[in-house]
Design a protein around this ligand. Structure first.
Ligand SMILES: Nc1ncnc2c1ncn2[C@@H]1O[C@H](COP(=O)(O)OP(=O)(O)OP(=O)(O)O)[C@@H](O)[C@H]1O
Ligand SMILES: O=P(O)(O)OC[C@H]1O[C@H](OP(=O)(O)OP(=O)(O)O)[C@H](O)[C@@H]1O
Ligand SMILES: [Mg+2]
Length: 282
């Protein structure tokens, strides 16, 4: 069978986390940041380490079967690639920003010079709103462009906001795009072997966001307890050697698991255990 061909960010914010999720999914990943490709024969996958900005293009053209990139980069590329699922890392917001106290409304963009590395996203936004402005395409460090006089406002990725603060800028208007790393394919027919790849990644995402909860409880309280821990399919309830008690096992969301333990304790659950899940197939 032909190898599945997958694009992975070679540098930047997404690179380490992308390789990490692939490793956790059981695939081999490069140890050397200069390596360009890696063939994992055992799992039938060939990885291509590419600039995240170029990945949607390769996938959209059908040269590669799937890839990991940013939702903002996918949108900016205008490529025919489609998002299969969000991967939960590389989160950022795409915002307009200007010198403190000058801009409050996106309508003020009319007639300005806007510096950005995401000219596709910005032009589409302006067109949609019928706003006339000049887009200045820069490769990076766009926050400095206002001070240097080539732009009036910027449109850029904001994560913590500390780069904006350092440059004396502040965001204005609504968020243009909520981004995170995404898995993309060409859409339409799914290549051979992609379904297994997708399920492995999904398994890691579920394992990251869920934990396994075990507890013992008197039979008369089990209905109330399983209402709190319905699991994904349904919780496992097994008899205990101790008469009138059962053991319950269910996957629960990691967020809020401590509060859930408090509530279960309140209604009589004892021996409540939380354990990590390393991988799963739902
Ligand atoms: N703090 C951040 N800075 C930049 N991009 C971020 C950040 N957090 C998440 N991202 C996401 O990472 C992707 C940017 O990819 P890119 O290759 O430009 O990374 P980068 O960190 O800007 O690296 P470089 O500027 O060295 O190329 C986008 O999808 C962006 O939303
Ligand atoms: O809100 P923050 O946490 O400060 O992060 C956002 C900053 O990080 C990115 O820059 P990067 O380091 O990738 O440099 P670049 O502008 O050269 O791409 C982005 O372009 C912002 O400048
Ligand atoms: Mg950058």
């Amino acid at each position: 069978m032909a190898l599945l061909r997958i694009a992975v960010p070679n540098k930047g914010s997404l690179s380490l986390s992308a390789s990490e999720i692939l490793r956790e999914s059981g695939y081999r990943q490069r140890d050397d940041a200069k390596q360009l490709t890696l063939t994992d024969t055992e799992n039938g996958v060939e990885f291509f380490y590419l600039r995240p900005r170029d990945i949607a293009l390769y996938v959209g053209e059908g040269t590669l079967d799937a890839g990991i990139t940013g939702r903002d980069l996918l949108s900016d590329s205008g490529a025919k690639a489609e998002e299969v699922m969000g991967l939960g890392f590389g989160r950022s917001r795409f915002r307009f920003a200007g010198p403190k106290g000058v801009y409050t409304d996106l309508l003020q963009l009319a007639g300005t010079r806007i510096a950005t590395s995401y000219d596709g996203v910005v032009r589409a936004f302006l067109e949609e709103r019928g706003i006339e402005a000049t887009v200045v395409r820069l490769d990076g460090a766009v926050e400095t462009s206002i001070q240097l006089g080539v732009a009036d406002v910027i449109a850029d990725v904001v994560e913590t906001g500390s780069t904006l603060r350092q440059a004396g800028l502040e965001v204005f208007g609504d968020t243009i795009l909520e981004s995170e790393a995404v898995l993309v394919t060409r859409g339409g027919s799914v290549p051979d072997g992609f379904e297994i790849f997708r399920r492995r990644i999904e398994g890691v995402l579920v394992a990251r966001s869920y934990v396994m909860m075990d507890y013992d409880i008197k039979s008369e309280h089990v209905a109330a307890a399983v209402a709190l821990t319905p699991g994904i399919e349904s919780p496992t309830v097994s008899p205990l050697h101790r008469e009138g008690w059962v053991a319950v096992r269910a996957m629960v969301p990691r967020a809020g698991a401590q509060r859930l333990m408090d509530e279960l304790f309140e209604i009589g659950a004892r021996g409540i255990l939380l354990t990590d899940i390393h991988a799963c197939r739902l």
